[in-house]
Design a protein around this ligand. Structure first.
Ligand code: ACK
Length: 381
């Protein structure tokens, strides 16, 4: 009945153009799980501007969500309705928000998240190549004995931060949470001037996926291109004064053509935003002013972008593995920053350090970073 109502209201121009009847969605396998619920592969019939059947990804809000979870889910949908389309931002295709289960319908991005991609490539580099089913799909989904996907260990990335600026979780992150024991060291802050076009990696690695010819090429071009594409997607958001607030390699998706797409807009807000609620936030990707003063802007996204560059450069390490949550702010205020990843050139590390400048206004814009990283553009200081 509700589905018919939506169809008729849309035909009369009365219902939200993004609203899709549940009957148009055929849910398939689970792709992954988050705090909000699950993401499924699905097919959708006759989406807005897409006649016929389309392969999509569907984020489903879990049953009995808390008021905050439901609000965050609906706020992500609202944000995406206004974002517009860009090839480096995951495309929002529709939603079911009139009755449960609430669904968010997005373009299907075939290779999963960038963090897994980097870690998988790194694992492959360190070990002799072995064949198994996961390699052929490029997606790594851990399953339990019943075949259901295990929740990803996301929780350690999101720490409850009170509006009074105190971390409620003072646990030291276990060093085993980082797959790379020597991946992080403190260094003191200092920004050198860029002399030449920044180049990401000094080493070239290539792994060929024999089953479906998907290549893991972790050479300078590929890593540099990842950095550029993320800057491009974020530049698009910056132009619209959207603050993402959760930029991290785990929230960037990669498709079969190695196109990266910014996703997960659950925490996104318009303009400069002051957080007034106690909520779980990605502490280790947050800027000083975001942790200390609860203030978020494109400049705090720039800080997170610096951490993403570091994640790319370390092929998926976890930031600050030896620093506890409560130690992080004193550590950063003392001028310490993540150390240059081994494979990164000093030029790219200079960009990271600029992203991590204490004064938000001194950090670059995404537009400027895109130009610095763009191979065809000469950047004038
Ligand atoms: O690495 P993944 O397979 O990529 O695991 C996570 C999981 O859902 C939980 O976020 C996957 N995912 C999220 N959005 C999409 C999408 N639009 N297309 C394909 N997979 C997605 C993500």
């Amino acid at each position: 009945y509700v589905d018919k109502y939506i169809e008729q209201s849309q035909a009369l121009g009365l219902a939200d153009i993004f609203e899709v009847p549940h009957s148009a969605i055929q849910i398939g396998r689970v792709l992954g799980e988050g705090a909000f619920g699950r993401v499924h592969e699905a097919t959708a019939i006759n989406l807005r501007r897409m006649r016929g059947t389309t392969l999509v990804a569907v984020k489903q809000l879990k049953a009995n969500p808390s008021a905050d979870e439901a609000a965050e889910f609906l706020s992500e949908i609202d944000m995406l309705k206004g974002v517009g389309t860009h090839h480096n931002v995951v495309c929002f295709l529709g939603c079911c928000t009139i009755r449960a289960p609430y669904l968010m319908i997005m373009e299907y991005v075939g290779r999963g998240n960038l963090l897994n991609y980097l870690r998988m490539a790194r694992q492959e580099l360190g070990q002799p190549r072995t064949r198994n089913a996961n390699h052929s799909t490029g997606r790594q989904t851990k399953v339990n004995s019943a075949g259901a996907p295990l929740p990803q260990p996301q929780s350690v990335n999101y720490i409850e931060l009170k509006a009074s600026n105190q971390c409620t979780d003072f646990e030291s992150p276990s060093s085993s949470s980082s797959p790379y024991a020597n991946s992080q060291h403190a260094t003191s802050n200092g920004v050198a001037h860029r002399q030449q076009k920044p180049s990401f990696a000094e080493t070239t690695y290539t792994i060929v996926e024999e089953e479906d010819a998907f290549e893991y090429i972790l050479d300078n071009n590929e890593l540099h291109n990842f950095a550029l594409q993320i800057a491009n997607g974020m530049r698009f958001l910056e132009q619209q004064e959207i603050t993402h607030r959760d930029l991290a390699a785990r929230n960037v998706l990669i498709d079969n053509n190695k196109t990266l797409k910014i996703s997960d807009f659950g925490l996104s807000r318009h303009g400069i935003y002051t957080n007034t609620k106690t909520r779980k936030l990605p502490l280790r990707w947050l800027s000083i002013e975001a942790i200390r003063d609860n203030v978020y802007s494109s400049k705090s996204d720039i800080w997170a972008y610096g951490v993403v560059l570091w994640e790319i450069g370390t092929l998926g390490a976890s930031p600050y593995p030896t620093i506890s949550n409560s130690e992080l702010i004193p550590f950063l205020l003392a001028g310490n920053r993540l150390e240059r990843p081994e494979i990164c050139t000093p030029q790219v590390y200079t960009i990271m350090l600029q992203c991590w400048l204490e004064e938000p206004e001194e950090r670059p814009t995404f537009d400027a970073l895109y130009k610095v990283l763009s191979p065809k553009t000469t950047y004038v200081d």
